[in-house]
Design a protein around this ligand. Sequence first.
Ligand code: SAH
Length: 512
Amino acid sequence: MSKSRKESGIVYLVGAGPGNLGLVTLRAKECIECAAVIVYDHLANPETLAWAGQAAELIYAGKRAGEHALNQQQINALLIAKAREGKEVVRLKGGDPFVFGRGAEEAKALADAGVSFEIVPGITSAIAGPAFAGIPVTSRAENSHVTFFTGHEDPSKATSAIDYAALAKLGGTQVMLMGVERIESIAREMMKHGVRQDLPVALVRWATTGRQETLTGTLKDIGRRVVDVGFDAPAVAVFGEVVALRENLNWYEKRPLSGKRIVVTRTRKQASALSERLRALGADVIELPTIRIEPPSDLREFAELVQEAHTYDWIVFTSPNGVEAFFELFFKLYDDAREIGAVKIAAIGPATAQRVKDFHLHVDLQPEEFVAEAVVREFQKQGMLENLRILIARAEKARDVLSNQLAKLGAIVDEAFAYRTVAETRDDTGARQRLLEEGADLITFTSSSTVENFLALGLPWPNQMQVASIGPITSKTAREHGLKVSIEAKRHDIEGLTEAIRRFYSIQPTDE
Ligand code: SAH
């Protein structure tokens, strides 16, 4: 975004895509990252808000239980007012902003007010929804045109805007947005105007997300089916011969974790790796941040130890957060990497080792097993520990098994408290609300502190929710809190955990 525009402010009318985080454009992400104000809708995936800056003002403008948080005039006025304050405003809408999203009205209001704006098109649910259900909206053999129409009309219009006679005559593929609740009467009108009763129809709800469900039928029976299974909004309806292609092309709903709702409990920054893997396998992921990384209580003491790091024989890192906190401070104190001196580096676990390597430093010792006891064993393999000076960079209140054991063997150990974890109290993405309302099949724990922090939130445990743990220490903590651990990773990292979950569900009979 250009700086020169800052004085006058600008509104970006941004399409957030149909719900899947991978289907957001690069431009949309850029706009979200830079925005001072984000006005978002019900159907814009709230996970995208995690990309916003800490200081961004987030304003919900969507519908809540049938009531609009803000009406259209209020939204228009808000966008104009914020832009006139000189701010970069993102108006975030589901799908594409100019496809049935009242984006046209908002753009017109901005133009009338003389406010600059940019349109960032998005992937519309009208195309992506069918695609994720295995339905191509066009297919050479079946049709040569597509029609998009809305089943939800402007109530102020005197006559029906849906020209059923024209739709019936037109044929081809017809995609309807909104109005699933009126599907029965819409289908009836179509048949009345001569469309054949056995025309294939599909409804795709929460398309492209882990909650996607598809219902198929014919024009004649779709209304009854919707009622029978209680199929409700948001859904896209597809009418036409192309629906039959789904039989061969259904791909997304066949993934190994399709239909499984999985809670990922991590800090916002770390969550994405696990969530991405689980989503790629088709899971519906609720990213529930329970903790936040904060600077240590005694930053001065930590700074002193970082400054003295070069006087040690070894630095031991026990987590990626520790590596980050250490080097962030290190490079504030020094502008030359060589100030680290001849100190050797040990890292527990591959993710920790990777963070060290990201800083272009060699990892001298990386235990096979990712637990503190194994580090001690590795040190012993390397020879005498007597009088070795070791600095352990770790979280406040973490287990001190490592320093005790190393000290017992004669090492001189100092502990640098690099960061502390505190309970995450914000729920910007509505994750907690979703967990309360919809429950989950599985919750993942990637450290003892994620167990403790999740339980500290005091949320009711959803019925049937099972536990997956990254390794024996995390499992032990879970059991100590009375939880039953159904899955434990063999490899104690994100990949190992994902694999264990995949395997668990591939041998479990599905209950659907
Ligand atoms: N601008 C949006 C549409 C806004 S109208 C777009 O381009 O997708 C809202 C309607 O979009 C909903 O009633 C529903 O019909 C459809 N919709 C949006 N996201 C959807 C999703 N993930 N799954 C199914 N339907 C969706």
